[in-house]
Structure formats: C-alpha cells, structure tokens
Design a protein around this ligand. Structure first.
Ligand code: CAA
Length: 240
C-alpha cells in the first residue's frame, strides 16, 4: 500500500517540489498550506495532490489535521516539516512579533506536527520525519536572529527526536538548504542577494527540485540506517 506523507508548506516553493517528488515515488501526499488558497487550488489542479489548510503554529489544528488526513488517506508514515517564513530585520528593527511568529511557525510547527504523528509511527514501527533546516541555522545570517534561531533549533530537535525514534523504526533527519530560487529568496534585496550568490562556489542559486531529491531519499526505505543527520544542500556555500 502506498505510504501516506504530509508535507507542510507543501503547495509552494521547496515544499511544492517535495510534494511532487514524494508523489512520483508512489506516496499518497497531503500538502499543507496556511493561507494562499489561489496558489493551493492551482497546485492541486496541476499535480492532483490534495491540499489541506491549517496553521502549523496552531497545536490543536495540527492534531485535528493529522486525524482528518489519517481518516481520509490512511495512517501518516512520512512527515516533512517544511513550512517556514521569514521576517528579516536587524536587531534594532526586529519586533517581538517578528521574533515570535518565526519561532512559532518554523520551530513550533515541527514540534506540533511531530507530536501529532509520532505516537502512531511508534505503534506501527515505521516512520520517516524530515525537517527542513537552513544554511542560516548552521552559519547564522545578518538580519535573521529569529530565523537562524528557529532553524538552528530544528537541527537540535532533529538529533534529539532521532534518538527517541530509532528503536521504533522511525528515522528523523534534517536537510539544510542553501539559497534556493524560490519566492522567499527573491524577496531578499537584489544587491544583498548578488553578494550572497557571489559566495556560492557552484556559482548559482539552487533549485527546489535539488532539495526535493534529498528529501525523497531520506524518506525512502533505502535510508533506514540514516538518522539524526543533517544533509547540507547549498552549492558549497557552507561546508559543515
Ligand atoms: N554583514 C555585515 N554587514 C552587513 C551585512 C552582512 N551580511 N548585511 C548588511 N550589512 C550592513 C550594511 O552594509 C549596512 O551597513 P552601513 O549602514 O554601514 O552601510 C547595514 O548593515 C544595514 O544594511 P541594510 O541597508 O541592508 O539594512 P536594512 O535594515 O535595510 O536591511 C536586512 C537589513 C533586512 C537584514 C537586509 O540586509 C536583508 O534582507 N538581508 C538579507 C537577509 C537574508 O539573507 N535573508 C535570507 C532570506 S531567504 C532564507 O532565509 C532562506 C534560507 O533558508 C537560506
């Protein structure tokens, strides 16, 4: 039977590429999104992948969504925590709301979703959880104390949960993307982005599909001996 996968933030950007990749691998994918109904509708029409709307920062909503998806599609065996936002600004300009929103969505979302699926995975003796971290969680980034803290937190979260899941057949890994040609990166001021790209040894931005291929591998049955690891996919920008 086809494995059921949830991809948070799965209708746009890197998440869209991950949803498509997992579907192409034969999984039944539920793509979560938070707000953009138009993009989600287009995504479903284009890919045939069902989209489900809820906010991953809302603990109760995550529990309800997982129950609903399990009822409609089957028990959730694969979770990709990809949903993420930026609210960039230097410390003097960053408000408490900018800090909290990013921590709640990017890091809180990982807890909320893992909490909702982990018990079932444990009972069934199989699970794949992949958390999308970031080069900026590994190396830090000027103007991103919120995002870097959340993404760095994801890397610690991954290693801790991997230890808890290992003896139950649940692997927990992270991917740390570098700068990928998505809308999120397109929002970085052009002059700032040019300087960043100049420091990428491969000499270009990455493509969402290049992240999705790594996620697909970590979600596959072939990756059963890989857990607690972070795969950096960043064109050589940060070798860690
Ligand atoms: N290192 C050192 N100094 C820097 C710097 C850096 N990386 N970036 C900017 N500065 C300096 C500038 O030179 C400037 O100095 P002066 O005033 O002496 O000239 C000062 O900081 C202010 O810079 P800005 O004019 O850029 O300030 P701002 O308040 O308008 O904007 C900012 C600040 C929001 C951080 C803006 O620089 C920015 O958007 N930077 C990009 C942040 C970034 O990389 N975000 C990644 C988003 S994509 C993502 O996060 C996905 C992923 O996982 C990779």
């Amino acid at each position: 039977m086809s494995r059921v996968a949830i991809v948070t933030g799965g209708t746009r950007g890197i998440g869209e590429a991950i949803s498509i990749r997992l579907k192409d691998m034969g999984m039944t994918v539920a793509a979560n999104y938070a707000g953009n109904d138009v993009k989600a509708g287009e995504f479903t029409a284009r890919t045939g992948i069902r989209a489900y709307k809820w906010n991953v920062a809302d603990h109760e909503a995550c529990q309800e969504a997982v129950t609903r998806i399990a009822g409609e599609l089957g028990p959730v065996e694969v979770l990709v925590n990809n949903a993420g936002i930026t609210r960039d600004g230097t410390m003097l300009k960053m408000t408490y709301e900018m800090w909290k929103e990013v921590i709640d969505v990017n890091l809180g979302g990982c807890f909320n979703m893992a909490k909702a699926v982990f018990g079932g995975m444990r009972e069934r003796g199989f699970g794949r959880i992949v958390n999308i971290g970031s080069i900026n969680g590994q190396a830090g980034q000027y103007g991103q104390v919120n995002y870097a803290a959340a993404k760095s937190g994801i890397h610690g979260f991954t290693k801790a949960l991997a230890q808890e899941g290992a003896k139950f057949g649940i692997t927990v890994n992270a991917i740390a993307p570098g700068y990928i040609d998505t809308e999120m990166v397109a929002a970085v001021p052009r002059d700032v982005l040019d300087k960043i790209v100049a420091k990428i040894p491969v000499g270009r931005l990455g493509h969402a599909e290049e992240i999705a291929r790594g996620v697909g591998f970590l979600c596959s049955d072939d990756a059963g001996f890989i857990t607690g690891s972070t795969m950096s996919i960043n064109g050589g920008q940060h070798m860690y």
